[in-house]
Design a protein. Sequence first.
Length: 157
Amino acid sequence: MDFDLELIVKVAIRTIRETQLFIQEEIREDPASAFEDILIGRRNKPLLAVDLIAERNTAQNLRRRLQCYKLLAIGEVSLRDQNLDLSNEKKLVVLMDMVDGTDLLERGLFNWCSAMVFYYPTSRKILASFVGLPEDGVYFATDHKDLAYKYRFHSAP
């Protein structure tokens, strides 16, 4: 299957930026709720409400914006299957962690990040990977040599 890497890059950067702005707004408006401890599934791994909400919103936005690919979105905090096996998966998969460094975010630091990897299991190929820093931009890599490697939020790529 051929993938439009320019579309994936555009959608990923936009989604990361929107998600990070959402996270920052949630924390500003209602920090008690954003930093509320919750448990999901049987993992017994504590996580924060803002982690789960950001992940679910991101998955929904990506599926809507990339609906042509019938995307399978898998988030780090909501992953229920510890033995996830993608070897027979036919869809484009995005693995994501929208608040990597939650403890840093809780302390009011801006060196947390959002990360995504687009993977196509059928060909065992990583198509693109992204790391977004809230006060900087999105660093990314693809196998397409003509695409930039960094997109700045506050200036030109």
